[in-house]
Structures are given as C-alpha cells and as structure tokens.
Design a binder for this molecule. Sequence first.
Ligand SMILES: Cc1cc2nc3c(=O)[nH]c(=O)nc-3n(C[C@H](O)[C@H](O)[C@H](O)COP(=O)(O)OP(=O)(O)OC[C@H]3O[C@@H](n4cnc5c(N)ncnc54)[C@H](O)[C@@H]3O)c2cc1C
Ligand code: FES
Length: 512
Amino acid sequence: MTDFTQGIRADDLADGGMIAGKVGEEEVLLARRGDEFFAVSAHCTHYHGPLAEGLLIGETVHCPWHHACFDLRTGHAIASPALRSLQTYEVTRDGDLVRVGTPASSPAGPAASSPPQIESILILGAGAAGSFAASELRRLGYTGRVTLLTREERLPYDKPNLSKDYLAGKAPQDWIPLLSEEEFAERRIDLRLGATVESIDTQQREVKLASGETLKYDRLILATGSSPRRLDIPANANVHYLRTWNDADALIAAAEGARKAVIIGGSFIGLETAASLRERNVEVTLIGSDERPLEKVLGREVGEFVKRTHESHGVRFRLGRRPTEIRSDAVVLDDGTSEPCDLVIAGIGVTPNLGLAERAGLAIDRGIVVDEYLQTSDPHIFAAGDIARFPSARNGSAIRVEHWVAAGRLGQAAARNALGQREPFHNVPFFWSQHYDLVFAYVGHATRADDVQLFGSLDATNAAAIYRENGRITAVTTLYRDDVSLAVEAAMERGDSDEAIFDIVQRAFGSA
Ligand SMILES: Cc1cc2nc3c(=O)[nH]c(=O)nc-3n(C[C@H](O)[C@H](O)[C@H](O)COP(=O)(O)OP(=O)(O)OC[C@H]3O[C@@H](n4cnc5c(N)ncnc54)[C@H](O)[C@@H]3O)c2cc1C
Ligand code: FES
C-alpha cells in the first residue's frame, strides 16, 4: 500500500481519481478534484466499507456498501447511513509531489442560516429519521435547542442489524447504538428516553407526554416510524415480532432454547430472520402466501434464486399457504396440515404510526402528506421516515418507503427545511438486504416487479435487474455490483434519461 507520507506524483492520480494508501498505521483515501487533493480516512464510519471502491461526485465520496456520502473537504457525513465524520488529513504539494501529513481538525460545516424565531426544534421519534435529523441540525451549526424524544428506554439503535448479525449472534450489544450517550451530549442533543408522546397541540405548538409534561416547539419533526402488523388468527402461544431492540433480545432468548422455528411471512424481515436462525442451528420452516419469496418486490427469477439460496442453507418453504391457528407446539395451515415448532415469528409487514398526526388534524393519505420540502399541512411541522408520503424525485408521484437509508435522508432533509432552507428532497430510495453472504442493493421505487430485465448471472453472484412500469425504468437491483448500484443512484438523482440508466447497466454486463 502506498505510503502517502513519502508522497505520490500528482500525475499518478487523474482528476476524479481516488486511491487508498497509508499514513503511519492509518489507512487513508487520497482523492483528486482538478488541482486539489483531499485526504480522509479510507473506511466508511457506518460498517467500514472501502471508500476507494466507491464513487466520487463533486467534492463528495459515496460508500459502495450502503451509499453513505461524505464531504471530502470537511469529512462530514452528509447523507445517511453514516452518522460519524471521516478523519481529514493535511495535504501538501511540493512541485509534482503530493504528501499527506498529520490528521487535521475537522473544519466546521456551513453556518446555519437559522431564523432567530426558531429557538427550539422538537423531534418526535429517535429511529433513523429522527436521529439523523437531530445530528443534521448540529452539523449545520444550528445553535437552538434540539430535543429528541423516544418512547423506548434504550439509546437510538441500528434497526437493520437486528435481523442480521445481531440476531445471528455475530454482533455484540455495543455495535447496536447509533451514537453513545457522550456523543449525543457532545452534539448537544437533548435525548429523552422513555418519553411517550400522547398528543400534539398545533395551536399552542406543544406536545404532551404520558408523564403529563408538555414541551413547546417552534418546529416539530415527526418521525414515529411503523409498528409490525399483527396476525389475526387464534393463538395460544407467544408469537414474536421484530421491530425493536427489545423484540430482538426477546427473540434471541427464545431462539437459544429452540429447535424448530416457524416464520410466517416471506418478506425481507422473515427471510433475514430465517438466515440468522439457521446460523444458530435452529431448524426453520417459512410460510409465505406467494409462490416465491420476494417475487412481488424483486421479480420471479430473483425470488426463485432467493428461495434456492435459503433452501441450500436448510430452510424449508411452505409457499402459497397461510396460517390459520397458532398452537403451543405447531402452526396450522389453511390446507389443514400443521408445522410442529417451539418458536413462532411473524414478519407480515408494518403499519405506519399515524395516530398522533391524525388526531392533530394533519393531512393524511396512507401516510402523512408532505410536500417536496417534507412540510406537512401545518407549516410548523415536518415529517420524515416510514410515516411520510412525499413526492418522488424521479417522477413526482407521491410515495412512502420503509427503508433505513431513505428514512435517514428524509430526516436530514426535514432538518434542513425546518431551518428554512427550502431544499426539495431529491434522493432516490435505496435499500439493501442480506441473506447469509448474499447482499442485494436496490435503487429506486417500483410498485410492481412483473417487467424485469436480468443482466449477468445470479448464481455467479454478479447480476443486475432493471424494473419497468409502463415502459419507464423504476428501479434497479444489483447483486455484488456496488459500482453499478452507485452509478444508477447518481444517474437517477441527476434526472438522467432511461436510456442513460440502461446504458450504465448494459455497459457493466454486456447484453441482457
Ligand atoms: C429488524 C429490521 C430490519 C430492517 N432491515 C432493513 C434493511 O436491511 N434495509 C433497510 O433499508 N431497511 C431495513 N429496515 C427498515 C428500517 O429500519 C425502517 O424503514 C426505519 O427504521 C424507519 O425509520 P423511522 O425513523 O421512520 O422509524 P423507526 O426507526 O421505527 O423509529 C420510530 C421512532 O419513533 C418512536 N415513537 C413512535 N411513537 C412514539 C410516541 N408516541 N412517543 C414517543 N416516541 C415514539 C419510536 O420509539 C422510535 O424511536 C429494517 C427494519 C427492521 C425492524
Ligand atoms: S459501510 Fe458505508 S454505508 Fe454502510
């Protein structure tokens, strides 16, 4: 690995290029933009993704794994899912030689143009949307009061991990909080745990907590997320649902003594849970109402591939079936058969938590209606995350998405707009899903997956699928092609044509 303290020739790094090297023991990324060179730590602060394999856009670098974005000049994490900055390094130029020196103190971000009348911003919900909103306010230099409320008793945490490494027993407890207590304090975020909000008074601009306390706000960001849908069938045994850190701990405790699990629902949560339980050597049968898991989201061929992958790890499927009863030792199906088990988990979708917004009189349409600035029908209230129905940057249609990265970015954009920046939300939804060592990356938003064009080879774990609706490209899934996923995301966010997006995929794989 190149030792950057010895220097490299400027001509060895083309404009727009990046390389990884070393400064002492530290791995550092050197990037060039015109005649300027930037040096930052080489690994993403989310899950340590290798930034040199990412994408450079302007003065930002995008992580290949889950598309976090960092400002090269300041090191700041500017788009979720990273919440911590990269270390920046001094770069000096001596004729043709570029040298990287000692770590630099991170320069401040842009000063917030925060109107003086906004003294207090209250954020209701500390999941992805709420936590990223709170940090974004501080990154922008907002100096007023930031209060972050959650009804849960635990520090805000990394939900996607709960069904993956954490459930599989491969991620320790201390990986799960998004930030430590000290980091919330350093960011001057007044985090209130166990603070359940019961009502919002839009006239008085205050929220009422279950404890009886009332909190005033100048701007309110709603980010109450979703709750799992519950089974509506007779049950005389405990059914596990997986939404919170406490749910995950309860499931882990139950899995430790279990031999056979039945998972109801062939969704991402159901399948990721199946993979994690297999890693714990629990036998798994998955009941799904569709013919193939994930067929509605990823299409027939990808769904078939997902099924084969799980089967090769020992998962049994009962597809095209529904459960009719949960007994203490079995789940009964609609064909009269039953699946014996000592653990039952249901992952049958989620419902957005809209009750508070509804009672406060905000406009609702299968989600809280927001405009391109994520402003609700009350100009002092913004909404972000799973609950927000917002205009899609790609075609303007109102969409609601239930993904971690999107929730974080909606939260960050809501924060900027709560400060009066009037910045339309321009991000395209992105999500990833992990099953054993397979990781799917998905960019865009499709409501159907029946017009699918496949590229590459799923079995060789080098593939992409383009989804179309009414002839227009709506989304692209990739398997181990982060380069394609990042390029498609950037193209969609620039508003490039379908032909340009198709070209990116075709050039990467040759013909379909
Ligand atoms: C196990 C699991 C795995 C997932 N994996 C992935 C993945 O791999 N990729 C992906 O893209 N997405 C994934 N998701 C989805 C993703 O986590 C959600 O889309 C995201 O968390 C939504 O963020 P949010 O901030 O809108 O809501 P949430 O994260 O649900 O947060 C809601 C917050 O509101 C608080 N709250 C609600 N009501 C009140 C009230 N009345 N008073 C006070 N506080 C309240 C809650 O305590 C919580 O803090 C996963 C979800 C789960 C559960
Ligand atoms: S590792 Fe970089 S975004 Fe997740």
